[in-house]
Each structure stands twice: as structure tokens, then as C-alpha cells.
Design a protein around this ligand. Structure first.
Ligand code: SAJ
Length: 477
């Protein structure tokens, strides 16, 4: 515990002015919630004037949210705090000096999913900007998802280098990972428990002071900065692992001629004190910007921070890495099911017309980040098929024509493949779809358990479904 930092904080008094760097879907709700808390005086939103995001500064200062999609309560709250003069957006980072606390909510994608090297360039730039104008006694908090070791490592080094101040002695430093989800940004910040981890106890206490006022039902969960980084990456790695376990079980059930959904219901029936199975759902793959990268952040953290070499039983690969491989295999398996289905009616993918239903990575959303449909689309195109994409929520996607014309997409289709569980696909009519396809035995590949196999088999379809070992070799009607 640094007495020096403790006395600096005491002399500075309670947090009043807050800066939030990065006006995105993490920073904006955080900023307006801080601005609405009576414990604080004012909030500055910092946004660099980049080609892609510079427009947000004026938009936010007009009280308009630049975020797409429905975010209950956000626009009203933004208008309220702007009108009250409690929130302002700026691109002038020199105003950081006046802040008692500064949070950084800057995205940390992978340069490309193949090499799994995080792209920290935007975060690094934000840290340099904050460091250059950092005043003694300020609390700096990273909210971005980072590789464990980053806060007490790279972030600390940059802030100290730029400010000439010493973290833990002259300023506070912490990690408080965001748990926002599109469509419930404000609710998640208020209601989810908040992991808050400082590089030392004074920093943790100062960060608790910052976040406590914005929580309603959420509780603060204090720990060290590195433990907070591990928590964030691991909570998503565990979800990815659970999904991978369901996917591996589905593949086994296909091999054993069993319906994985019967097995899933059976496993789920085991209940009682202290018993958990939490079996999730098998499917066509795992997309999004969380689960596809956080396991690799966790692995990298273990490698970077792990002082001794990592020990796995008999040199085995990390279970989180294996889980990623299984989930990334599922789109390949969808290709396999499509090819097998076509083969049953004497066709090959070459020259086949495929109707791909669903491009968004998650049901009833337009979010397409890391969609598992993309590797499927590329593989089938590579095999010489014509793939037409339908998605009622997705407007456009680079290099892909996404149609909203369901019947047009199905016209002449040799195979119809469900990739996303949009509610539009929950009540598909086999007779109508067969008619639209114009084929005697069209193939239906169900990646999200949305169709009734028997209804489609009776209508003359060749059915293939993830985990449907009980149906995948049915006699063709
Ligand atoms: N998926 C499955 N089977 C499942 C659940 C999901 O295949 O049983 C697939 C989805 O189709 C999608 C991908 O996994 O392609 C991710 O789905 P998700 O429900 O995990 O949604 P995300 O990626 O938006 O995850 C976010 C995360 N939230 C944050 O990082 C703050 C995650 O921690 C949450 O658990 C998740 O939302 C949630 O529960 O909604």
C-alpha cells in the first residue's frame, strides 16, 4: 500500500470530473451513467478525430447517439446529461489534465484471426494521449478486454513514460472489464456485478469509488488488475468451452446415430443441490467479437505471464485452444453435411445452387462480426457452388450480396442451409420451400435445430442436421 499515493488521493478529495476515452458501445453508456450520477460533477467524452469516428463528437454534443440499433433509455439519458451540461464530448486530450478519473474503452480486435496477435494500436494511442496529459493523483482505468498482464505491463509502462509519473505512487491504475451486450448496454452496466482490479490496494479502492455509484443491482467484485483481466477473458473462454462441449457431443451423436437434443434434454434433467451441467446448444459455429478472441487472450496471458513453461498433461494442448478448434470446425462440418446431402441425390457442390439462410452471427440481430457463415460460404464457393445469402436483419456485408427476398433466394436451390436461428426460420413450410426450389429432392441442412426433420423428410427433402444422428441417414421419400 503506497502511503504517498494514499495521501495524494486524500488531498485531492472525492472523484468529481471523469474522462471516458473511446465513444463506442462501451464508452458512451459508461459516460452517460457517470454523468447522471449525483456523486460526480461532469464527464468528458474523448474521441479522436479519425475518419471513421470523428463525426461522433458533434453528434454526441447534440445529444444524439451514434450507436446503431435499439438501446433502451440511452438516447434519453444522453439528451438529459448534455442538456444539463454534465456531459460533453471533445477531441482535445489536453482536457484529461482536469479529470480525477479517466477510463479507456477502446476496442482490441485481432489483426487477423489467423495469427491471433491482438491489435492494441488504438488502445496504445489512447494510453499515450492520456499519459501526455495525466495529472498527479488521477485514476486511470482500462475497460477494454486485454491480454492478462497488459494493465500492470504495457499500459503502466506507456502511462509512466508519457507522464513521467509513477503508477501506484503518483497515480492510480486499474482494470474494470466491460460486460456490455448490444441491446442492453445501460442495463448491463447497472445490473451486472462489476469486476474491479487495481495494480495496488489504493488503486482498487479508488476504482471502487468510481464504479459504485452507477451500479443498481450489480455488486462490486474487487481483485487485482491481472486477476480482473483473467476473469474477463476466462468468463468468455468458459462459455466458448461449454459451447464446444455441446458441439463435440453433437458430432459424437451423429456418429452414434443418436439425436443430440434428446441427450441434451436428458443431461439437463439432472438437477439438485449443488448439481450443475449447464449444457449449452450445439450449432453451425460460434461468431461474435467476444468468444472468438477472448480464449486466445487468456492463452497468451498464460504464455506471456507464465514464468515457468506451461504444463499440460502429457504435453496436451490447452482445453481452451481445443474448444476454439471444435467451434471453428462446425462451419466445416456444415460443408460436410451439405456435400453428403447433395451426394445422396447424385449431385456434387460443383454447379449446385445453395440458399444460405442467416448471415448474422447470432439470432434476431444484424451483427455479423466473425460470422461462422463466412467460412462456409467461402468453402462452397471454392467447391464451385453458387451460394445465395438471405438474412432479414443484415443490410450489407463487404463482398457479399445479402438478400431480403426469401422466395427469390430459394428459387432453384439444390440445398437450403440454415446458419442463424432467426425467428423468421422457425416455421418454414417444407411444401412451399420444395415448390420454390423446383427440385424433386432438395437438401435441407439445419445448423440451428429450427426445422422439424420428419416434416421435411415427408415432403421429399434430403435432411441433414447438426447432431441428428437419428435422422441424417433417413430413407428418401
Ligand atoms: N452459440 C452457440 N451455442 C450456444 C450459445 C451461443 O452456438 O449455446 C453461438 C451463437 O450462435 C453465436 C456465438 O455462439 O454465434 C456467441 O453467442 P453468445 O450468446 O455468447 O453472444 P455474444 O458473443 O454476444 O456473447 C456475449 C458475451 N458478453 C460479453 O462479453 C459482455 C458473453 O460473455 C455473454 O455470456 C453472452 O453475450 C450472453 O450470454 O448473451
Amino acid at each position: 500500500m503506497s502511503d504517498r499515493l494514499q495521501s495524494i488521493i486524500r488531498a485531492k478529495g472525492p472523484i468529481k470530473k471523469i474522462g471516458v476515452v473511446g465513444m463506442g458501445y462501451v464508452g458512451i453508456p459508461a459516460a452517460v451513467l457517470f454523468a447522471d450520477a449525483p456523486e460526480f460533477e461532469s464527464v468528458l467524452g474523448f474521441q479522436r478525430v479519425s475518419a471513421s469516428s470523428g463525426y461522433k463528437v458533434d453528434m454526441l454534443n447534440r445529444g444524439e447517439s451514434p450507436l446503431k440499433g435499439e438501446e433502451p433509455g440511452l438516447e434519453e439519458l444522453l439528451g438529459k446529461v448534455v442538456a444539463a451540461g454534465r456531459f460533453r464530448c471533445t477531441s482535445d486530450f489536453s482536457e484529461v489534465t482536469a479529470c480525477d478519473a479517466v477510463t479507456l474503452a477502446i476496442q482490441t480486435p485481432f489483426k487477423n484471426p489467423k495469427d491471433l496477435i491482438p491489435n492494441f494500436s488504438a488502445l496504445t494511442e489512447g494510453l499515450r494521449q492520456v499519459g501526455r496529459h495525466l495529472a498527479e493523483g488521477t485514476l486511470v482505468v482500462l475497460e477494454s478486454t486485454v491480454t492478462p498482464g497488459t494493465t500492470a505491463g504495457m499500459a503502466r509502462e506507456i502511462l509512466e513514460e508519457e507522464s513521467g509519473l509513477v503508477a501506484g505512487e503518483e497515480f492510480c491504475l486499474a482494470h474494470a472489464p466491460e460486460r456490455v451486450m448490444v441491446g442492453r448496454l445501460l442495463r448491463n452496466i447497472r445490473e451486472h456485478d462489476r469486476i474491479v482490479g487495481g495494480i495496488d490496494e489504493v488503486s482498487t479502492a479508488r476504482a471502487v469509488e468510481l464504479y459504485q455509484p452507477v451500479l443498481t443491482t450489480g455488486k462490486i467484485v474487487p481483485m487485482t488488475a491481472t486477476a480482473a483481466e483473467v476473469t474477463k477473458t476466462a468468463e468468455n473462454a468458459f462459455r466458448d468451452l461449454q459451447i464446444a462441449a455441446a458441439n463435440q457431443l453433437a458430432l459424437h451423436c451423429e456418429a452414434m446415430g443418436v439425436n443430440v437434443y434428446d441427450v441434451r434434454a436428458g443431461i439437463d434433467s439432472l438437477k439438485g443441490e449443488g448439481i450443475t451441467r449447464a449444457i449449452l446448444w450445439p450449432g453451425a459455429g460460434v461468431g461474435g467479437h467476444c468468444l472468438t478472441k477472448d480464449s486466445w487472450h487468456l492463452e497468451r496471458g498464460a504464455q506471456v505471464l507464465g514464468r515457468a513453461s506451461l504444463w499440460y498433461p502429457h504435453g496436451a494442448e490447452s482445453i481452451f485452444g481445443v474448444a476454439r478448434k471444435i467451434n471453428e470446425f462446425m462451419p466445416e462440418h456444415m460443408v460436410h453435411l451439405t456435400v453428403e446431402g447433395l451426394k445422396r441425390v447424385g449431385k456434387s457442390p460443383k454447379g449446385a445452387k445453395i440458399a444460405l439462410l442467416g448471415w448474422a452471427f447470432i439470432q434476431n440481430s444484424d451483427d455479423t462480426r466473425n460470422t461462422p457463415a463466412e467460412p462456409y460460404f467461402a468453402a462452397l464457393r471454392e467447391a464451385g457452388a453458387e451460394v445465395r445469402v438471405h438474412d432479414p436483419f443484415v443490410g450489407k456485408y463487404p463482398g457479399i450480396v445479402v438478400s431480403h427476398d426469401f422466395e427469390g433466394t430459394l428459387a432453384g436451390a439444390d440445398a437450403i442451409v440454415v446458419f442463424t436461428g432467426h425467428h423468421h426460420y422457425a416455421s418454414l413450410d417444407p411444401a412451399r420451400m420444395k415448390e420454390l426450389s423446383g427440385r424433386e429432392h432438395p437438401v435441407i441442412v439445419d445448423g440451428r435445430n429450427v426445422v422439424d426433420p420428419d416434416a421435411f423428410i415427408r415432403a421429399g427433402f434430403v435432411y441433414k442436421g447438426i447432431g441428428r444422428g437419428d435422422k441424417n441417414n433417413h430413407p428418401i421419400r
